[in-house]
Design a protein around this ligand. Structure first.
Ligand SMILES: [Zn+2]
Length: 266
């Protein structure tokens, strides 16, 4: 795919939080969405609202590790953004996969050559059940060809590099895999512990569990496009409870740029 795209405006947002240094990387320009398009019949608002949507992935420097949450769509483009941070693809030690939609994982595989990994030295955290699904023939039956190719490449390339997470798991020191399925099977959030003396809550990347901040307030609204909408509501409830309990700084892939929100209940 060599579709020419105009350069992304304002592609990197740097942040620091309790000893963590990070950068939200914009992978596409924002696209406004209609809220009613996300709400099922019977739940639509009398007056529709337009929601700004960003498309991002996230780099985190955490306890001397270079970490990525998801890999965006285009690995070359994400690598070019990392270069501004003086991070090379070979330096990335850990990639935390929230789910395997294209805008989150296509960038993990280079589109040139033999489909090598963009981050050849990384280990990749993923939900164990989702990893299993990616190995089942039935998963591929209804999929368009380009997704079949992507998933086959992912399973082949990541085979010896995955960290399979089954239930809430500490992936490495201070980074916790938090299952929150529903948007997709095996969807996960990741919690980064901050320095104990910093006095601030953790950083919680919620992936697509919340597509927009409006769902932090209305977590029980069913969302069109979630694979298991009822399960997604349950997961959002549990995440909100966690955010309030831990006083987390919340980061989400598609929140309006740059996508960071202090404890929303405050
Ligand atoms: Zn997404």
């Amino acid at each position: 795919m060599t579709k020419a795209r105009k350069p992304i405006e304002d592609p990197i947002h740097l942040f620091a939080h309790g000893g963590i240094e990070g950068a939200v990387l914009r992978i596409l320009d924002d696209a406004p969405h209609s809220l009613n398009e996300l709400l099922p019949d019977g739940f639509k608002l009398a007056e529709d609202r337009s929601l700004p949507f960003a498309f991002t992935c996230c780099y985190v420097w955490h306890r001397n590790r270079h970490v990525l949450v998801d890999g965006g769509i285009d690995g070359d483009e994400v690598a070019a953004q990392l270069a501004f941070l003086d991070v090379e693809p070979k330096d990335v030690e850990l990639v935390l996969i929230t789910h395997v939609d294209r805008d989150h994982v296509a960038g993990l595989i280079l589109q040139v050559g033999d489909g090598e990994l963009t981050y050849p030295n990384a280990r990749y955290a993923i939900d164990a059940g989702l990893w299993n699904l990616l190995h089942q023939d039935e998963t591929y039956e209804e999929l368009p060809k380009h997704l079949q190719r992507l998933f086959k490449a992912l399973t082949a390339r990541l085979e010896s590099r995955v960290i399979l997470c089954d239930g809430e798991t500490e992936v490495v020191d201070g980074i916790t895999f938090v299952p929150c399925p529903g948007h997709r099977p095996g969807h996960a959030a990741y919690e980064f512990a901050t320095d104990a003396h910093s006095g601030v809550g953790p950083l919680l990347h919620v992936g697509d569990a919340f597509l927009h901040p409006v769902f932090l307030e209305h977590f029980d609204w069913l969302v069109v496009g979630d694979t298991f909408p009822d399960q997604a509501v349950e997961s959002r409830m549990q995440l909100i409870e966690r955010i309030e309990r831990t006083n987390a700084l919340v980061l989400a892939t598609h929140f309006p740029w740059p996508g960071l929100i202090e404890n929303p209940s405050h």
